[in-house]
Design a protein around this ligand. Sequence first.
Ligand code: FO1
Length: 310
Amino acid sequence: MIVALCGGVGAARLLRGMERAVGGASITAVVNTGDDTERFGLHVSPDLDTVMYTLAGRVDDGRGWGLAGETWTVMDALEELGGPTWFRLGDTDLATHFLRTERLATGATLTEVTAELCRSFGVGPRLLPVTDDRLRTMVRLRDGDEVPFQDYFVRLRHAVPVSGVRFDGAGAARPGPAVLDALASADTIVVCPSNPVVSIGPLLAVPGVLDVLRHRRESVVGISPLVGGAALKGPADRMMVELGGEASSAGIARGYAPWMGTLVIDETDASDAPDVEAAGVRCHVAPTVMTTVDAAARLSETALAAVGSR
Ligand code: FO1
């Protein structure tokens, strides 16, 4: 069993390749829920939905989120009413939010609802929310305001410097019922190329997760989300610098070193390899840009081979 630590788009793209490489039945994805938000009374789980839609072959590839072939009739009507439309919910995407919200309201857990939705979408891998409890990433802006993650990422287009990030609810959050067992019994744990601050960070903040990872360090392999010191998508590189870190694979290695034994970095960053190794992390240089599903499959194979499980 391979257990993947996942955020949104980068993780979804890797998992699509990993599924081609090893088959969906061998994959469990532990997915970030810190991006979750309430919109119009609806519970929206962006990272869970991005991974689910991608593995279902239904994601809008251009956006990386939401459903392909989407229509926006409801959003257009909301616009006419002068309602807030900065966080866009497509007509068919709404069905997912209606169902999830209804099931949660009638007592189902997020883990149960995710399994039901994955069955309906024909998703092979098992998707596990990192917690069924409330977990909300809050971003402190340099101007002093603190905003929920989606306000930072979408409404402000992450075009504002940050001075801090916290994971509201983390202290009281319990790992999802199958999460710790999956991590403890995994043959290999893959840290997907997701934002270390706001995608991987929330996972580590859920009590119990970091301890298990520390014990599994030799079976943990990460894929750097940075290529040439830059994120391919989103604000990972800027956030790392703004929060006092270094936007480099060596910076990633130093951050993850206590619980990750191997890091795969892109050929562009081959000169970083000595610094990664100096951080106590085995470094493996390979192409990490997933332009096609085949490239993602090859990257998955590379990561699994790098940690000696293939
Ligand atoms: N991202 C945007 O840039 N603009 C949006 O309007 C938007 C809406 C949205 C609705 C549902 C959903 O599941 C994701 C959505 N996203 C949108 C993406 C989302 O902000 C990101 O996927 C993550 O939270 C970061 O990984």
